[in-house]
Design a protein around this ligand. Structure first.
Ligand code: NAD
Length: 729
């Protein structure tokens, strides 16, 4: 079955239907483009055809480009990419000109895009080249250009057309943030032209084709006297926009995202020249971005591998384990969040705490989140009633009897957890899987309290549960495959991304993030200027500096973890220098954001005001200060070496999880594609050199792990050696 089919009716309406065989969503391939071009050409030259409707045979229009096209173009180097992109521009430009006389701009045939549902990336760039975009009123549809979120930008004319259609300022959220809209919002923003009842989509498209005039076919930018909405860069109001946009992008991205900078350049330079030249400029900047290793690493981690993990690449072969009824024990911060996301995904939840008041408080958390959704227009009152109706708050363990998964999120105390395990196991059926949400306690140890440790597993959520996309699944020594399959099925049901790790201290994410925080605090003790520490982290692409991060997660939690780790590790514990600072802060009641006092100062309303000046009194800054790169290397290597050790020790079984988990779990510099991608970008040999230099100056915590040395010696990369053959989901 070809990707596109063309059928012309008695009225001369040609319907071009996109329906890629064997896929639930249309994606554009190189063959698809060639066929689209040929069929459009045929329809334009067929005298029987009056106009063309471009639509989809599926419930959605398109999810975007098949990323293999990009891989194919990359094989041809810079020229290959540029030529490939220019060919796409040519196809879309032929659609846009639709056979009209270039001098008189008459005689073309109307082409309308009729979108039944979601239209993303090329799925919107193609309609933007048509003469009208009509969408079905389908609130589930997502319309937009999300390219920037995976490290590229819309490079098939979407950037140039949207800026010329809306103006640079109005186009900014769609291009720079990848904002997606439902059809009504897309219409309100001017992204599309019309929204109609789903059943009227094709008839309305038809009517439009039959009544369209020559003038309806001429894009504003092809008409005489076109002026860009909001002004071009040298227009007074346009100048303001571009200066502001530049500052905003640099402020948000710290200059480490090549795609954001290239996009701005394409927009700025493109705005100064005629449309076809602007397309060439867009193609050049797009080529530039594709050649930057950051874009390949981001696409791999944030798109390909993230999707593979979500679709169940790690799933053991097991019959369907979808969760029907979930028990949650402990209705505190985490338990209440877990109950909310599960109920939102359609799962019936029994939420248990020691008192009815505490259990109901947990349910009220869900109510609060739903009310916020209503205020923002994202949740309807019916939806609220439906979600809350799925959560039963109780103290009665008998209500767990039909649950097929129970997650405990009670206090982080092995004794309390052991009691809960025994109590739950007495109440549930033999097939039920029991999971712990512990953040620090070894899962294999907690499993000792279970009568059936093969059905005991760790499901570690991050806070706040409703917003954090990563879930770590921890396989204890005795955990069986069915428990793993159940946990993965559950994470898929609630729409989050799982990584599956083996049991070890702090599992994966916390294992890497704690050394980052400690390295930052250690530098304070050494007299490194706190602002340098924080800015170095942000300029390396970390969302929060280590001092802000520990303020947000709370300093007393840091103290608790440090004490417990020290007790467990004995002499091997090496974070005393950081602890000294941390304990001193806690002793002064500077417990972080929640106490409106920490490494930062806060106003009475809790707003962060700046670094706490008292730090400088207690830890005077030294002269000279280390340079920026040195501080960044310390902060980044503290994390990535831990990730390498996790791989070396078998805690991570798959490097995809190491990269995706780092980005979603603790916001590790997205631009790098994750710790392993970053090490591959700089190269193992260079990484070992940096480790050796850091070790000489700061101690053995920076010693290059044997695995990294081995890669360096053999000239290998992590992805070269460990990239798994992606298993079909
Ligand atoms: P919390 O103190 O907010 O909530 C714990 C709840 O458990 C309380 O409501 C308490 O009344 C209830 N509880 C205690 N004993 C119980 C029992 N025997 N039966 C039923 N309910 C009982 O704690 P939290 O922050 O939600 O953390 C819960 C678990 O999640 C801990 O193991 C913690 O390590 C882990 N965790 C926390 C975070 C975080 O950021 N807070 C992140 C990941 C994991």
């Amino acid at each position: 079955m070809p990707d596109f089919t063309l059928a012309t009716d008695a009225d001369g309406i040609a319907t071009l239907t996109w329906d890629v065989a064997g896929k639930s969503m249309n994606v554009m391939s190189a063959e698809g483009f060639a066929l689209l071009d040929a069929l459009i050409g045929r329809a334009l030259s067929d005298p029987a055809v009056k106009g063309i409707i471009l639509t989809s045979g599926k419930k959605d229009f398109s999810g975007g480009m098949d990323l293999n096209i990009i891989a194919g173009m990359k094989d041809g180097g810079a020229q290959g990419i540029f030529d490939g992109v220019m060919r796409i521009h040519g196809i879309l430009r032929r659609i846009e000109r639709a056979g009209m006389d270039p001098r008189t701009l008459t005689g073309g045939k109307p082409i309308v895009a009729a979108l039944p549902g979601t239209a993303l990336g090329i799925g919107l760039e193609l309609p933007l080249a048509c003469h009208r975009i009509i969408a079905a009123d389908n609130p589930k549809a997502r319309i937009g250009l999300p390219e920037i979120t995976v490290g590229i930008f819309p490079g098939a004319g979407g950037t140039t057309r949207l800026v010329r259609k809306l103006g640079a300022l109005a186009a900014a959220p769609f291009l720079l943030e990848g904002r997606l809209s439902d059809p009504r919002a897309a219409k309100a923003a001017g992204l599309i032209d019309e929204v109609v009842a789903p059943e009227a989509l094709l008839s309305r498209a038809r009517d439009w084709v039959l009544t369209a005039t020559d003038a309806d076919l001429v894009k504003p930018w092809d008409a005489k006297g076109y002026r860009m909405p909001g002004g071009t860069p040298y227009h007074p109001s346009g100048a303001m926009t571009f200066v502001g946009a530049n500052a905003m992008v640099l402020g948000k991205t710290m200059g480490v995202y090549p795609a954001a900078r290239a996009l701005l350049s394409a927009v700025y330079e493109g705005a100064l020249v005629p449309f076809d030249t602007a397309l060439r400029i867009e193609a050049r900047w797009f080529t530039n971005v594709l050649l930057n290793p950051s874009s390949g690493a981001m696409i791999r981690s944030l798109f390909i591998n993230r999707q593979a993990l979500e679709k169940g690449a790690l799933r053991p072969a097991q019959p369907d384990q979808a969760v029907r009824r979930l028990g949650v024990i402990g209705a505190g911060m985490m338990g209440a969040g877990i109950a909310h996301v599960a109920a939102s995904a359609g799962i019936t939840v029994v939420l248990i705490d020691t008192t009815q008041t505490a259990a109901e408080r947990g349910r009220a958390h869900s109510e609060d989140l739903l009310d916020t959704g209503i205020r923002r227009g994202k949740v309807t009152p019916d939806r609220k009633a439906e979600v809350l109706g799925r959560i039963t708050a109780t103290t009665d363990h008998a209500a767990l009897s039909d649950c097929d998964l129970v997650i405990e999120a009670v206090f982080e105390d092995p004794k309390v957890k052991a009691e809960v395990t025994a109590r739950v196991e007495a109440a549930v059926g033999p097939d039920c899987i029991l999971a712990t949400n512990t953040s620090n306690l070894p899962v294999s140890g907690l499993a000792q309290a279970s009568q059936r440790p093969d059905r005991f597993i760790g499901i570690h959520f991050f806070s706040p549960v409703d917003r954090m996309m990563l879930v770590e699944i921890i396989r204890g020594k005795a955990t069986g495959d069915r428990a793993v399959a159940k946990a993965l099925a559950f994470v898929r049901q609630i729409g989050k991304t799982p990584i599956l790790v083996n049991d070890a201290r702090f599992f994966y994410a916390n294992r890497c993030i704690i050394p980052y925080i400690n390295e930052g605090i250690r530098m304070v003790a050494e007299g490194v200027r706190p602002a340098l520490i924080e800015n170095a982290a942000r300029l390396a692409g970390m969302p929060l500096g280590p001092l802000q991060l520990v303020d947000e997660t709370s300093i007393d939690l840091g103290v608790k973890i440090a004490r417990a780790t020290k007790a467990a590790m004995g002499d091997a514990y090496a974070d005393g220098a950081a602890d000294e600072v941390l304990f001193a802060m806690a002793d002064q009641g500077r417990l972080g954001k929640k106490a409106t006092a920490g490494f930062y100062a806060y106003d009475a309303a809790g707003k962060r005001e700046g670094l706490w000046p008292g730090l400088a009194t207690r830890y005077p800054v030294t002269d000279p200060q280390p340079d920026l790169t040195e501080v960044q290397h310390r902060l980044l290597f503290a994390q990535v070496l831990e990730a390498v050790r996790a791989l070396q020790d078998g805690v991570l079984a798959d490097i995809r999880e190491g990269d995706v988990g780092a980005i979603l779990g603790w916001g590790f510099a997205h631009w790098s594609g994750g710790p392993f991608s970053w090490l591959d970008i700089i190269g193992a040999a260079r990484a070992v050199e940096i480790c050796d230099a850091l070790t000489a100056r700061h101690g053995p915590r920076f010693a290059a792990p044997a695995l990294l040395r081995d890669l360096a010696a053999k000239g290998d990369t992590f992805y070269g050696r460990f990239a798994p053959a992606v298993r079909a989901a």
